[in-house]
Design a protein around this ligand. Sequence first.
Ligand code: SF4
Length: 256
Amino acid sequence: MDGRIHSLESFGTVDGPGTRFVVFVQGCPMRCKYCHNPDTWSMNGGQMMSVDYILEQYHRNEAFYRNGGGLTVTGGEPLMQMDFLIELYGKCKEQGIHTCLDTSGIAFNPDNSGMMLKFDRLMPLVDLVMLDIKHIDPEHHLELCQQPNENILKFCRYLDKKGVPMWIRHVIVPGITDDDKYLYDLGYFIGQFTNLKALDALPYHTMGETKYEKLGIEYPLKGVPAMDKGILLDKKAKIIEGIKARRAEMKDSSTN
Ligand code: SF4
């Protein structure tokens, strides 16, 4: 089967553990103000590529992925192409390839039984989910991404129930996602999940701005400075404080 693909990258080092073959899919329903890949938004662009073609490309450089790497699908939003993902990850599993899914979780919908059947088929084929939580607060999330976060947060719970290892990623943007209260709340929320394996606090950068210019789209964060890496560490510490607080509470309630 074919997927709608934006591009392929043979030596990814920031999209999961080890060196990875990275598949950037085309199409995303979110409109995150800090998105640095607005060229992946359109559901019609990109090019169609078959699962077999993608795996052929993977195997050309297979030796490089033996350092604990594998294959990552990112985007765009991979979950907009569920049937393609099920086939791709199914074949990866047959071939012993480590699979990682980098997603915003936006397509998760527990009220859609047809979609949930697909999620139930997909998840046993995924070794690691890297879930980007854009904002923990519903209103700020809507303002930042033009989509609600309710089902994204439910997706965390679902992954925990299914025992799928989860990394949480959070982009810290000055004046937009750097409020200590919300960072703590994010930590407090994810701290309850036993499948939480890592936390990436990512600094906002302005490198995407030129892509907006080329596409003729006004850059929504004009004038917002890149995130200072020193401050980033303090912000990450706030999230960790929330995680620890939640875990301490859970420990207390299980021993009482
Ligand atoms: S979910 Fe990712 S690709 Fe989609 S708009 Fe947000 S940052 Fe961009």
